[in-house]
Every structure is written in structure tokens, then in C-alpha cells.
Design a protein around this ligand. Structure first.
Ligand SMILES: Cc1cc2nc3c(=O)[nH]c(=O)nc-3n(C[C@H](O)[C@H](O)[C@H](O)COP(=O)(O)O)c2cc1C
Length: 329
């Protein structure tokens, strides 16, 4: 079974991909966080860096496009084909209000006829195979039954299903039964995504959906960067893994970005990694409070000194909230 790293805007950028690949690897494909091409198809300097084939060498990276205008999608796909990419992904899942308000991302699931017209153009003209990452509906899981016949008629390279509605964001129980419906109805390769936080979660989903061709992991692998290794039968997460990984990320960001921006990004990683640690809350909070490089490094070193890796590192469902750490005795 293939294992994919989920695209996570503001987190799984190219620096992350390089560091993760060098230390852990084991990822069949990294899906890049979305780009939303304008009609001029021009990118910012940072996007150019992010998308550059040179920076994405040594691993399989798939650019993701967020667009509702088929011409924008196709123009971006042509650019990716010209730079040597071999596949692109369409974002039908983004739940953000600013995105869905423009009828993009999961907003496209609301208008089934519009979606068909868009996919006719895309699949009729794309220079590259197009995979799709989708939710199962906008307001209700019942919408899935209307979406399945749409997906059935296109040569979808891979359909990655996050079985939540837009309204659920990344919370609440995924409607796993909708994935089963897809395995009954569709013939394209199907990839399951959502709440795979432990080896046990993965084994459960593999047993439920033997027809799935792959699994995509996001928050689980950010929390426990050794999770894919463990799934493949390797060693569980150790403290040395975490410290080395943290330091590699930190110095890679410091080399490329301004110090304050780099430390800001590291706070995001610390937030996820802290779910893997048994550590008094105050040490995590301190690390996430420090904005100056030296003070930040001291605080992180103290956090790791006071911490132990949990027996079963696991992302906590409290998305965007600090986890409930145990208090100092
Ligand atoms: C902060 C954040 C950013 C995300 N950015 C993207 C994105 O750019 N494109 C996308 O398709 N999904 C994006 N997602 C959704 C993830 O790819 C994934 O579907 C979601 O986290 C559920 O998988 P998980 O339970 O394994 O984390 C994002 C999720 C989060 C939490």
C-alpha cells in the first residue's frame, strides 16, 4: 500500500519535504500545499522556490492546484508539465471560507453541474494525469451519492478522499462508510485520508478497505515523524529522532528565511511534535512563546530535557488548540 504525505499549507513546504525525506523518507508521494494560479499565471518568489523542480529533487512531489476556472487550471498544469512534473492534483477539499466563498476548493462540490463542466475541460485538455483530493460533500454526507457518478466518468489518476464534509473542517468523526461506497462504485485508484494517527489506526483502515491503493497522512505524521517508518515495520519514535529532526528543520529554515519567520514556523512544528511528548505544559508554552532564536533554542532544549516520548505518540483531535498537557507536580 502506498503512503502519501498530505499537503498542509503553511507547514509541508519544500524545506520541510527536504528535511523529512533526508531523515525519515518512506513517502511514496508528497502532495504540495495548493497554489491558486491567477489568470496571469505568475508566482511569487517564494512560490517559485517552492515549486522549483531543483528544490524538489530526490523525492516525488505533486503540485496541487486550487482553481475554478479550467483555463487557470490548465495553464498551471502546462507550466508544471514544462518544468518536468509528471502529475498534478486538483483541490476539491479546502474548507476555508475565503476559498469556498469564491466557489473554489470544497466550494466546487456545491455545484455538481459546474463541477462536471470544469472536469470536462480539465480531463479533456490536461497535459498531465490529474488526481483529485476531495471531501464527501459541502453540507451533508448525503451529497456523496451525487458526486460519485460524476467522479465515475473521468480518468482520475487517483482519487484521494477525506471523508468529511466542508462543515466539519478537520474535526468530528470521518464518515468512513463513504469510502466503502467509493470502492463499490469507482474504478480509479482510491486513497484514504483522515485521522490516521497511529499504527493501529492505519491497520484498522487497511483491514476495512483492502481495495484502497494508498493512504495519505497529515497531522499524524507531523506529530510522530516516525509513523510511516513504524507502519513499514521500522523502529518507533525515539527522543533522538525528535531532537535531530527539530534541529535539521530549524537550521534549514534559518538558512533560508529571516530568523523571526523561521522561529515562527518552528512553533508550528513544536505544536504538533508536543503531542508525542509526555512533558509539563509550561515547557511547551515557553518554547512557543520565544521569538528570538537563542531564547527559542534554549526553551526547546529545556522542553526536550524534561520530556519523554509517549508510548503511543498520537495527535490529539483538538485541532488548532494546545493539547492538554499534564501539569507540573
Ligand atoms: C493547517 C492545514 C493546512 C492544510 N492545507 C491543505 C492544502 O494546502 N491542500 C489540501 O488539499 N489539504 C490541506 N489540508 C488538509 C490535509 O491535507 C488533510 O486532508 C487533513 O489534515 C486530514 O488529514 P489528517 O487527518 O491525516 O491530518 C490542510 C490541513 C491543515 C490542518
Amino acid at each position: 500500500m502506498k503512503l502519501y504525505f498530505a499537503p498542509m499549507e503553511g507547514i509541508t513546504d519544500v524545506i520541510f519535504r527536504q528535511v523529512f525525506q533526508a531523515q525519515f523518507g518512506g513517502v511514496d508521494k508528497y502532495f504540495m500545499p495548493f497554489v491558486s494560479p491567477s489568470s496571469s499565471l505568475s508566482y511569487t518568489v517564494r512560490q517559485d522556490f517552492e515549486l522549483s523542480p531543483e528544490q524538489n529533487r530526490g523525492f516525488f512531489a505533486v503540485p496541487q492546484i486550487l482553481a475554478k476556472d479550467p483555463l487557470c487550471f490548465l495553464g498551471a498544469a502546462r507550466g508544471f508539465a514544462d518544468s518536468g512534473y509528471t502529475e498534478v492534483n486538483l483541490n476539491l477539499g479546502c474548507p476555508s471560507g475565503t476559498v469556498t466563498g469564491k466557489g473554489k476548493g470544497s466550494g466546487m462540490l456545491r455545484d455538481v453541474d459546474g463541477l462536471k463542466r470544469f472536469l470536462d475541460q480539465v480531463y479533456g485538455n490536461s497535459p498531465l494525469p490529474v488526481s483529485i483530493k476531495t471531501r464527501i460533500g459541502f453540507d451533508s454526507p448525503a451529497e456523496w451519492e451525487k458526486l460519485l457518478p460524476v467522479f465515475a466518468v473521468y480518468p482520475i489518476h487517483e482519487l484521494i478522499i477525506h471523508p468529511r464534509t466542508r462543515g466539519q473542517l478537520y474535526r468530528g468523526t470521518p464518515y468512513r462508510e463513504t469510502f466503502a461506497r467509493a470502492t463499490e462504485t469507482l474504478t480509479c485508484p482510491l486513497v484514504y485520508n483522515g485521522d490516521l494517527f497511529t499504527v493501529q489506526d492505519v491497520q484498522q483502515v487497511q483491514a476495512m478497505f483492502p481495495a484502497a491503493s494508498g493512504l495519505m497522512l497529515g497531522r499524524g505524521a507531523l506529530t510522530n515523524p516516525a509513523l510511516l517508518r513504524e507502519i513499514r515495520g521500522g523502529a518507533p519514535l525515539a527522543m533522538e529522532d525528535l531532537i535531530r529532526y527539530h534541529d535539521r528543520l530549524y537550521y534549514a529554515y534559518m538558512k533560508t528565511w529571516k530568523p523571526l519567520t523561521a522561529v515562527g514556523r518552528m512553533h508550528v512544528f513544536v505544536k504538533y511534535l508536543s503531542h508525542s511528548l509526555d512533558v509539563p505544559a509550561k515547557y511547551v508554552r515557553q518554547a512557543m512563546k520565544e521569538t528570538q532564536p537563542e531564547a527559542y533554542l534554549d526553551a526547546v532544549a529545556e522542553m526536550f530535557r524534561r520530556a519523554q516520548v509517549k508510548d503511543v505518540p498520537c495527535y490529539s483531535q483538538q485541532e488548532y488548540a494546545m493539547p492538554a498537557f499534564r501539569q507540573d507536580p
